[in-house]
Design a binder for this molecule. Structure first.
Ligand code: NPG
Length: 369
């Protein structure tokens, strides 16, 4: 049992090493809300995966901050003594808003685990101390630049390349990367940019022997993905459409995908992500850990998740240097063999470096009961 004494909400901003372009927009900096909770026994950290604009999902930074400040944090204070795992119920009066909820759920969980000197990875039943890393490559200005970037990431050791695609910048690019790299594990991510009318395009992609096609259709759809999956050979993977364990169950029973991308923030926190993992595992469906350009705080959580037994494909868990010149925490480094160590200290195992935290802070407020 623990009581939350204070919550600090901090908006931070870090420049990205190169612009990251997807079918829904271009990011040049990482801006997000960090929550630091103080309990009776410890402090804990959570990172909100919402972005500046509501492009990936309807949540966005300022909205998520308000939902936390006006609704979730007061509910946390009013709840008094919390037993682990009780937060889903405490927050149930707020519909949706999984990213805002995840930030606080993960921060309280981190504090609880730090207090009991347990690592997040061991709490999750992680079975590995290193995980395989993939990298997500944004839409490049030209095919030549894309090939160059891919070659650089392969030289770094990344074990799976994921190409962002959008209508007009898809089949030829993928074919060029495949021709230059016949053996690599290659996938594509459309971020919901296509419709069923594009079935022929996906049939052409079948020839590139992709590991998966991620979220080709509408961001909230399950039925049309099931139809597309029947029409093509390549495995579909869902990301945006999987907003909870219940949606994951529905997707698997409808045949909407054969692989699931798990992002803890998109499903409402690490405990719900674990439930998605368990559902997929009992259906023998492979999962992998997605990324949302997290700082070291979110990256530490992702690595712990990615070490669970059902995470059998490399995730978007890249090294800090793929995103930032100087991360908020000590940088996460990938070994030349394309693997990264899972943090094993109490909780998420890392904290922001105080000087970096200060330098990256755009605004901060502390809430108390
Ligand atoms: O390596 O963290 C990473 C980025 C992986 O492609 C990636 N993320 O659609 O999955 C996505 C995309 C994303 C990034 C989505 C930022 C939303 C925000």
């Amino acid at each position: 049992m623990t009581r939350v004494r204070a919550v600090e909400l901090r908006m931070i901003g870090l420049p990205l090493v190169r612009p990251f372009r997807t079918s829904f927009g271009t990011s040049t900096e990482k801006v997000c809300v960090l929550a630091r909770v103080e309990t009776d026994d410890a402090e804990g950290w959570g990172e909100c995966v919402a972005d500046i604009e509501p492009g990936f999902s309807e949540e966005f930074n300022d909205g998520a901050r308000l939902v936390m400040r006006e609704f979730l944090v007061p509910a946390l204070f009013a709840a008094g003594d919390l037993s682990p795992g009780a937060l889903d119920r405490v927050f149930a009066f707020v519909r949706g808003n999984p990213m805002a909820k995840a930030t606080l759920i993960d921060a309280v969980l981190d504090a609880e685990l730090r207090a009991s000197e347990t690592s997040l990875a061991s709490w999750l039943g992680a079975e590995r101390d290193r995980v395989e890393c993939g990298v997500s490559v944004g839409i490049a200005p030209t095919t030549g630049e894309l090939l160059e970037q891919v070659a650089g990431y392969l030289a770094d050791g990344y074990r799976r390349i994921k190409l962002k695609i959008e209508p007009g910048t898809d089949v030829e690019r993928v074919e060029a990367v495949r021709a230059a790299n016949p053996e690599i594990a290659l996938s594509v991510d459309a971020n919901a940019a296509y419709t069923l009318e594009d079935t022929d395009l996906f049939r052409r992609l079948d020839a590139s022997d992709l590991l998966m096609v991620e979220q080709p259709l509408h961001h909230d759809d399950l039925l049309q993905h099931a139809e597309l999956q029947r029409r093509i050979r390549t495995d579909l993977c869902l990301d945006e459409s999987i907003r909870s364990a219940a949606r994951a169950e529905a997707a698997l029973s409808l045949g909407s995908c054969r692989i699931v991308n798990i992002k803890q923030g998109r499903v409402g926190g690490v405990p719900e992500a674990r439930r998605v993992h368990d559902i997929a595992r009992s259906a023998s469906v492979p999962v992998w850990c997605g990324g949302m350009l997290e700082t070291g705080i979110g990256r530490a959580q992702n690595l712990a998740l990615a070490a669970m037994p059902g995470f059998t494909l490399p995730g978007d868990t890249s090294a800090s240097s793929r995103y930032f010149l100087d991360d908020l925490t000590e940088p996460f480094e990938m070994a030349p063999d394309g693997t990264m160590a899972v943090p094993n200290g109490p909780g998420i195992g890392v904290t922001p470096r105080p000087d970096r935290l200060e330098a990256c802070t755009l605004r901060v407020e502390t809430l108390r009961p």
